[in-house]
Write a protein of this length. Structure first.
Lengths: 292, 337, 346
């Protein structure tokens, strides 16, 4: 198992970029999220793990400004705050990359890259897109993230799911995001594609961003994560530094202790119970590549 | 695949059966055969003159599938055969489109042009262009007031206000007190004039009712509702032949005693007159409008003849009632009245 | 990726880029269609190739194309406007009746008409973005209301179903020159609407391809949620697009008024579909996010060539609609096929 090149979190580090302290959110009398605490530091990846319905999306919505939290404190660079819109979150340097909503499929890659923040030149009625610069920047920025596109003019819909996620990530990095929130970036992807995406997540981290990685896959999380927060039915069931927890333990907690034992018991009757054993080997190799 | 095959076979079987039935069950009266026989009795395909083959274009404001204009076209075609003329017909109910069609005819350098001026201002420039290009123009149907101003040789048609007055007078003669005028096309100036003319000469009260002429069930429902809501109505005047029959249906289901009268004529109206379902019809003889227009253009090219002396040549109104119905029925059946 | 793989990829790029760039254009299918229709009528209609005939065809295409441009933009932005056809008539009616009733200079009426059509565009846009209902429903409502108002107000104010003449009023000559004059080149008369049309196509193409607003239009139609998430002002973009339709309707309406002097209040119904047809023939995706202004112009040209070509070819006009429908289907299929090929070549 790879220990990677990720430095262990240093407790003496400066204040976190984003900090959630005992945050709760209620929809009417339904508890969507209760007592969740999370720290996001520059150059680190904080993973939020949980099954469907655990409250992951509510957490994203609070961080990205779609919903306000009801209790607890949200601090951005040490300042108590409450985000009122996605625009405000963006202005404060928090960029969110949603799994499905990331891009406009029929538009060329370079138009997607700058969508919403297009550079212009000229004045008055002659104010126009700086197309040459947009194309060039897109190419170089993607290259910097390690994506080599044949043609930035191709519709982004022709890229693979992983590549699309990567363009969205590169875009957030380029536009000066300090915190990158990734919603299940690997959920719909195959093993290889997931590896590619995780590589770019790591690249974003190395660029000095704080990353929040939302996932239900502990293997993916453990490959790149520095901190792990576990959610279950809206409540926080665990918060660990990488140094304090092993992948097995994380997987066990994630699946929920006894439930996992039951599951293992059931699966033992199956003819080839390989799903836990051999899996991490290949992605681990990918992680090795990251540092090069 | 198998399903598709079965489907094809089933369709084939149905077609074969339909063909068999239609061959076996011949009708000895009416139908296509009778129509063909009637057509053979007309002038045939031979022209009666030996002038060069001139081309005449006719551009009307007719909508698609209009029965009235179909008769006009038939008259024009008959005259074209007789006069050795190549006859071209086009139509559009939007003013701008109709003007463009006239432009297209001028581009074709036709030898004569027949235009209906339902929306005269829209046609002004296009007609002027034709006149400038030296093409003789005859206006038909609507536009009697503008025809001469635009430089047309003559106008052949019916003065809608005069026709309206004729209806009003006929209603008086029949002792009607309260009438309904059914306008089936909002925005048609000629229709407004018909109703206004009728109102003018009618001694009783007359109301206008707008209906959507492209939607027959709606027309019937609207007339029916009106008749039900006011049982003092004793006459309904429709502005087009197809609507007379619908008005009769509406009257029947509303249980009203109103008399149904109509502008224009067709086979159904002739039948209705004969059976007494309809009171009278005011015909403007569309066949004559088409026939005369082509014939006059031939006369102009051949002999520089112009009819009307600068005044409109009127083809109507002709009030027809039960006693004319027998003869008219034959003509309406063959599609010339 | 190995060095050799990299190299082959690059070679492929060089090989296909020129052809693919061409194939990737949304209007390609329609251009092929337009050339086919043109060739067809050149063969079958002997008077089609005359300069005056072509001027008539261009005029027919321009009166339609002026509206097809903003309608295409709107479709790229993911919405429809069923009120576009009657809005043209409204524009002409407002201009004419305002000038006449107020005995004002004709230009005042022209200005009021512009404000009114833009306001109707804003109404459509605001209703759409506020209610989140499909634009089909919203603009169907506007369409019916405008149809009724056109007739109702005209009857109420003018007493008849058409407007009064305004050609003897101050400012008419100037406005006529701007919206409805005829330019003679050699011995062929070209209508000024052709210039308006070309101008609109050029401006719309500039907006679509070279401005931020254009990027937003594509994004709104392609993936509204993604656009919103990256900070594109979706609401403002959509309202702007509807105002664009208002602007087009204003130009087309003023042409109607100043070339024909009086306006029939009942006209324009059904034209909205023809605008949409022109945009679709021109390669606009009915679901939004893809298309071009030039394509809509080519679509309008196909429509103009077909509608007048049938006259030049001396065909029975009863078949016009059939022919048009067939053209639409063929153009769309061709378009679809071309796009498939374009995507396959990537």
């Amino acid at each position: 198992m790879s220990t990677a090149k990720t430095p262990a979190p240093d407790p003496g580090e400066p204040q976190p970029l984003v900090e959630l302290d005992d945050v709760s959110k209620f929809y009417g009398n339904i508890r969507a999220l209760e007592g969740v605490s999370l720290e996001v530091h520059a150059g680190e990846i904080s993973c939020v793990l949980g099954d469907n319905g655990a409250g992951k999306s509510t957490l994203i919505k609070i961080i990205s400004g779609l919903h306000r939290h009801d209790a607890g404190t949200l601090r951005i660079e040490g300042e108590d705050t409450s985000l009122s819109s996605p625009r405000e979150a963006l202005d404060r340097g928090i960029a969110t990359v949603y799994q499905d909503l990331a891009v406009v499929p029929l538009m060329p890659v370079w138009r997607n890259f700058f969508l919403g923040s297009e550079p212009t030149r000229g004045k008055g009625p002659l104010k126009r897109l700086d197309v040459a610069r947009m194309r060039e920047t897109t190419r170089t920025e993607l290259l910097r993230m390690g994506i080599d596109l044949r043609d930035v003019d191709q519709p982004i819909g022709t890229l693979s799911g992983g590549e699309r996620q990567c363009v969205a990530i590169a875009r957030a990095v380029y536009f000066g995001a300090k915190v990158l929130v990734l919603d299940e970036p690997t959920a719909a992807l195959g093993v290889k594609q997931s590896g590619v995406v995780l590589k770019y997540v790591a690249a974003a981290r190395d660029a000095g961003l704080g990353v929040v990685l939302i996932t239900h896959n502990p293997h993916h999380a453990y490959l790149v994560g520095d901190r792990f927060v576990l959610l279950k039915r809206g409540a926080m069931t665990g918060s660990h530094l990488r140094a304090d927890i092993s992948l097995d333990e994380l997987t066990r907690q994630m699946a929920g202790g006894n439930e996992l034992e039951d599951l293992r018991h059931e699966l033992e009757r199956a003819p080839v119970p390989t799903h836990l054993g051999g899996h991490p080997a290949k992605p681990a190799q990918e992680t090795e590549n990251t540092g090069e | 695949m198998a399903r598709v095959r079965t489907g094809v076979r089933a369709v084939g079987a149905v077609l074969v059966m339909a063909l068999g039935v239609s061959l076996a069950g011949c009708s000895s009266t009416g139908g296509k055969k009778a129509e063909d026989a009637r057509k053979a009795a007309a002038a045939g395909g031979k022209s009666a003159v030996n002038t060069p083959r001139w081309t005449v274009a006719m551009v009307t404001h007719s909508g698609d599938g209009d029965t009235f204009w179909d008769i006009v076209q038939k008259g024009a075609e008959q005259a074209a055969v007789k006069d050795n003329i190549k006859f071209l017909y086009s139509h559009n109910d939007e003013a701008q489109q109709q003007a463009q069609l006239v432009d297209a005819a001028v581009d074709k350098k036709v030898d004569g042009l027949i235009v209906s001026l339902a929306k005269p201002d829209a046609m002004k420039a296009a007609v002027a262009r034709a006149v400038k290009a030296g093409i003789p123009v005859i206006t038909v149907n609507s536009g009697s007031a503008e025809s001469k101003k635009f430089g047309a040789l003559s106008h052949i048609g019916q003065d809608e206000t005069v026709a309206g007055r004729a209806v009003g007078e006929e209603l008086n003669k029949r002792g009607r007190k309260k009438a309904l005028c059914i306008l089936h096309e909002q925005g048609n100036v000629g229709h407004e004039q018909r109703c206004d003319g009728a109102k003018e000469s009618f001694d009783g009260k007359m109301q206008n009712l707008y209906v959507d002429g492209t939607n027959m069930p709606d027309v019937q429902a609207a007339i029916e509702a009106k008749l039900q809501s006011d049982d003092s109505l004793d006459a309904v005047v429709t502005l087009g032949a197809p609507f007379a029959d619908t008005a009769v249906k509406a009257k029947d289901s509303a249980g009203s005693k109103a008399e149904i009268d109509t502008f224009d004529l067709n086979e159904a109206v002739a039948t209705g007159l004969k059976s007494g379902k309809l009171g009278f019809a005011v015909d403007q003889q569309p066949y004559l409008q088409g026939y005369q227009a082509v014939d006059l253009l031939w006369l102009y090219r051949y002999n520089a003849d112009v009819l009307g002396g600068g005044r409109p040549v009127l083809t109507g109104p002709q009030v027809v009632t039960e006693k004319d119905a027998d003869a008219l029925l034959d003509y309406a059946e063959r599609g010339t009245r | 990726m190995t060095a050799t793989a990299q190299k082959t990829a690059d070679e492929r790029l060089v090989e296909t880029s020129a052809l693919r760039k061409l194939l990737g254009r949304p209007e390609l299918g329609s251009v092929v269609g337009a050339v086919a229709v043109f060739a067809f009528f050149v063969v079958f209609a002997d008077s089609f190739l005359r300069a005056s005939s072509l001027a008539t065809v261009l005029y027919a295409a321009s009166t339609l194309g002026i509206m097809a441009v903003p309608v295409a933009l709107l479709m790229i932005g993911g919405e429809f406007d069923l009120s576009a056809g009657v809005l043209v008539t409204s524009s002409a009616l407002i201009s004419s009746m305002f000038s006449y009733q107020m005995t004002a200079n004709v230009w005042v009426g022209v200005g009021v008409s512009l404000l009114a059509t833009l306001a109707i565009g804003v109404f459509n846009g605001v209703m759409l973005t506020r209610t989140q209902l499909p634009s089909f429903i919203i603009t169907l409502g506007t369409f019916l209301m405008l149809t009724g108002m056109n007739l109702g107000f005209t009857k109420l104010i003018s007493g008849t179903v058409s407007t009064k003449k305004i050609s003897d009023m101050e400012g008419f000559a100037g406005a006529h020159d701007l919206f409805a004059s005829t330019l003679t080149l050699g011995d062929v008369d070209f209508k000024v609407t052709i210039l308006w049309w070309f101008g609109l196509v050029a401006v719309a193409t500039w907006i679509l391809l070279r401005t931020r607003a254009g990027n937003w239009i594509f994004a709104c139609g392609g993936n509204k949620e993604a656009a919103r998430a990256v900070g594109v002002p979706v609401t403002a973009t959509k309202i702007g697009l509807y105002m664009g339709v208002g602007l087009g309707a204003w130009i087309a309406g003023q042409h109607l008024l100043f070339s024909f002097d009086t306006v029939q209040s009942g006209e324009g119904v059904g034209n909205e579909l023809i605008y949409i047809i022109a945009a679709v023939i021109g390669g606009c995706l009915i679901t939004g996010g893809y298309g071009s202004a030039v394509g809509s112009a080519v679509g309008a040209l196909i429509f103009g060539m077909t509608s007048k070509g049938i006259v030049y070819a001396e065909w029975d006009p009863d078949w016009f609609k059939f022919f048009l429908g067939a053209m639409l289907l063929l153009a769309t299929l061709l378009n679809h096929w071309v796009r498939k090929r374009a995507e396959a070549s990537k």
